[in-house]
Design a protein around this ligand. Structure first.
Ligand code: SF4
Length: 352
């Protein structure tokens, strides 16, 4: 079996201010709380300084997400319209045909995407699904795009199969803090999630893992969520989602029409900035919830170190900002689509 090389150690070099950026996995919750408490401008300045020392400035990676198997999921994630346990009116579909997936990938590439992410609403993939999944990975890679999949929990064998097919990233979110986790999901544990991340990492696949804020959690939970990510081998991609409350889901119904239905934008930007400081080498991705953010909030997120977004009109099942809105915002901000694969950039910086 071809073993893919695990991601190299992240570069450590001096930001403009002269202090060295070191990659740490020994962050304490107290240190993270102190970052959250910084005056907003100080936090943004520190995050942007660290960002510039580790990533190309004014560049944002564009990824496209396709739901290759929608709905009917046996898990009960409280935010998700795809759970069979929730009455959201979403129609469940079978796994998409490989050709249709590759057509969608080709279109995403034409629209400037550098990474194509494929998501299936499963607890874990079945053996019978793996041949088609593997063909999808190989086909998208042949187009010269990075591949990412999110399929639920993986066995070691499945992770090895995906690594062999050339999968670049596997997404599996921890969602929230260990303490808040049971308020959100009952059908699998926080430890199950960590086990899958370790299986993926051991197979040599890059890890994409983040979570959702605005689920009614406390700041202590946001601290615990980032602490969990920053004290493991840092995921190469860290999606930070803002909850999109969907009617019929437990969290959507609980939060709809309350002041907590939308997270405070300043607190959201703080969360992005703290993620950037804790995990300097990772791509921090603005994911779900971006369509309801103001342009100013998105601009602040880029200032705070977010450097990856999903493009297109839809995420898995919820609306997204749309290509035209993104192009207009990028033009206003002087931001361009990241051309080089981020890993290639980091390797180049590390070799300097
Ligand atoms: S988030 Fe994923 S695992 Fe959870 S219910 Fe939705 S599709 Fe299933």
């Amino acid at each position: 079996m071809r073993r893919r090389r695990a991601a190299p150690p992240r570069p450590q070099h001096a930001p403009a201010g002269g202090s060295r950026v070191t990659i740490r996995t020994d962050w304490t919750r107290e240190e993270i709380a102190a970052l959250f408490d910084l005056p907003f401008n100080d936090l943004l300045f520190d995050a942007q300084t660290i960002h510039r020392a580790n990533h190309p400035r004014n560049e944002v990676q564009l990824s496209t997400l396709l739901s290759i198997k929608t709905g009917g999921c046996v898990e009960d994630c409280g935010y998700c319209s795809q759970s069979a346990a929730h009455e959201t009116g979403l129609k469940a579909t079978k796994l998409m045909d490989v050709r249709a997936v590759l057509q969608a990938a080709a279109q995403a590439k034409d629209n400037g995407s550098g990474r194509f992410c494929m998501g299936a609403a499963w607890r874990s993939p079945k053996e019978r699904d793996m041949p088609a999944i593997i063909e999808m990975v190989k086909g998208v890679r042949q187009m010269g795009m990075e591949t990412c999949m999110t399929l639920g929990m993986l066995s070691e064998k499945q992770a090895a199969q995906l690594a062999e097919a050339g999968l670049d990233y596997y997404n599996h979110n921890i969602d929230t803090s260990p303490e808040n986790y049971a308020n959100v999901i009952s059908t699998r544990t926080f430890e199950d999630r960590i086990d899958t991340l370790e299986t993926v990492r051991a197979a040599g696949i890059n890890v994409c893992s983040g979570g959702i804020v605005g689920m009614g959690e406390t700041r202590a939970d946001r601290i615990g969520f980032l602490h969990a990510l920053a004290t493991m081998a840092h995921p190469e991609s860290v999606p930070i989602n803002a909850l999109v409350p969907v009617k019929g889901t437990p969290l959507g119904d609980m939060l709809a029409d309350t002041p907590m239905a939308k997270i405070d934008e300043i607190e959201f930007v703080r969360t992005v900035a703290v993620a950037r400081i804790l995990m300097p080498g990772s791509m921090v991705r603005l994911s779900a919830g971006r369509e309801s953010m103001s342009e100013a909030c998105q601009a602040l997120c880029f200032m705070a170190g977010a450097n990856s977004i999903f493009t297109g009109d839809r995420l898995l099942t919820t609306p997204n900002a749309g290509d035209n809105a993104d192009a207009a915002l990028f033009a206003k901000l002087g931001v361009t689509a990241m051309q080089a694969a981020p890993q290639a950039h980091l390797e180049a910086v590390a070799a300097e």
